[in-house]
Write a protein that binds this ligand. Structure first.
Ligand SMILES: Cc1cc2nc3c(=O)[nH]c(=O)nc-3n(C[C@H](O)[C@H](O)[C@H](O)COP(=O)(O)OP(=O)(O)OC[C@H]3O[C@@H](n4cnc5c(N)ncnc54)[C@H](O)[C@@H]3O)c2cc1C
Length: 376
């Protein structure tokens, strides 16, 4: 694996120190209360961590994807809920705006997002359109000077909290005639459902976005009319590196907790790490975490080199999310009854881990993408 640059090491160390000091102590409280973590996000914004890969010209930090992945791993290690909010706002709306937005849109929407004054949301999924987003029913009807949008988006991260929504809607009769729209939170006709009662990631609110005849002016169409699905999928390629990094952070945190516990807890007159049944679990966990890191870094490096990275991003997401689930499950097992207790943190990582196999494309969808890419 290629070594990190001095700048990347500095990002890793800085974010690790910040996450340990600010996010780690508060994460259990946010999980319990389900409060959206605004203070944590403001603190991240002050460090320039909400617009890491957005060019400096638009208020971002202009860093590479490798640094972004390193930062997300450290944030997720301390608090996976904060990590998914950061991954979405920077990896999807900002990425899409930087790539497909007009200068005026970048000035108006990307700048506040990159500075962390705003949080962004990405609204693709609908009650009847998850893995198959082309089945979406939200409609955009052309009218004088803009479009009228009606429909319901479901499972949207930061819905109700975010300032800007990138909403994909059907803008024509063709099966893939979908367009992306930029909609501010206070647009008339836009409303939100209550936060969903989720298994984990309690602080990262997920809710419906309801569009009741929302007027969107022409200058808030993102990219080309009819190309919204392709643009959203390009955004997801980038976002998947973020989710893979989040998964890696979750796995590493649970592993470290289990490793420390196995070195303290004694049964049958010795530390449990001396039992092969425990030691081999730790050996497998450590090896697979290293392998996942290799895949995440490979995807980030490919993106940074300006090459097509769809295959690598899906492989990293598939492998790292599966690993997050298996490592957190084994960590609970190594802690025994204490693993099942909230005070020991690993049960929360176990709950938080599962969704990494579901959002931004389920594991099955990643396999479809990988299989397709193999024959490109
Ligand atoms: C916490 C959370 C946050 C989310 N945040 C966002 C967000 O910010 N924005 C957004 O747009 N969406 C978001 N989502 C939605 C998420 O991306 C979807 O849930 C996901 O794409 C899967 O869609 P679905 O839930 O409808 O499952 P379905 O598509 O109904 O899939 C059900 C099962 O069938 C399998 N399946 C489906 N099709 C195939 C196939 N062709 N081959 C094999 N298996 C298949 C799936 O893998 C899955 O196991 C979020 C979801 C969650 C849980």
């Amino acid at each position: 694996m290629l070594p990190l640059t001095e700048e990347q090491k500095l990002v890793q160390q800085t974010v690790r120190a910040f996450a340990q000091e600010v996010l780690w102590p508060e994460a259990p409280r946010y999980d319990e209360s389900g409060e959206y973590p605004w203070p944590q996000l403001r603190a991240l914004a002050e460090l320039g961590l909400l617009g890491m890969t957005t060019p400096e010209a638009w208020g971002g930090a202009g860093m590479d994807s490798m640094s972004w992945a390193l930062a997300l791993e450290e944030i997720a290690y301390a608090d996976p809920s904060v990590a998914v909010i950061v991954s979405v706002t920077s990896g999807l709306p900002q990425y899409m705006l930087a790539r497909f937005g007009t200068e005026a849109q970048k000035d108006r929407f990307l700048r506040p997002l990159a500075r962390g004054e705003w949080i962004g949301a990405f609204a693709l999924t609908e009650p009847g359109a998850g893995s198959d987003p082309a089945a979406m029913r939200t409609r955009a009807k052309k009218v004088d000077g803009g479009w009228i949008l009606s429909g319901t988006k479901s499972w949207i991260t930061s819905a109700g909290q975010a300032h800007l929504y990138v909403v994909m809607a059907r803008s024509g009769e063709g099966p893939k005639e979908i367009t992306a729209f930029l909609i501010e939170k206070d647009a008339p006709g836009l409303s939100f459902g209550p936060p969903e009662a989720k298994m984990g990631l309690h602080a990262a609110h997920t809710a419906e976005v309801r569009l009741d005849e929302v007027f969107v002016p022409d200058d808030q169409v993102l990219g080309q009319v009819g190309r919204g699905l392709a643009q959203a999928l390009a955004g997801l390629d980038s976002g998947r590196i973020g989710i893979a990094a989040q998964s890696l952070g979750i796995a590493r945190a649970a592993f470290d907790l289990a490793k420390a516990y196995a070195d303290e807890r004694e049964q049958f007159g010795k530390k449990i790490r001396h039992f092969e049944g425990v030691a081999f679990k730790l050996a497998d966990m450590a090896t697979e975490i290293a392998a996942a890191r290799g895949l995440v870094f490979a995807a980030a490096r490919k993106k940074d080199a300006g090459e097509r990275f769809t295959l690598e991003a899906s492989m990293a997401k598939l492998f790292a999310s599966r690993l997050a689930v298996s490592v957190t499950r084994e960590a609970v097992q190594i802690l025994g009854a204490n693993g099942y207790h909230r005070d020991y943190r690993v049960e929360r990582y176990y709950r938080d881990a599962k969704v990494t196999e579901i959002y931004e494309g389920t594991s099955e969808v990643q396999k479809l993408v990988i299989a397709r890419e193999l024959y490109r």
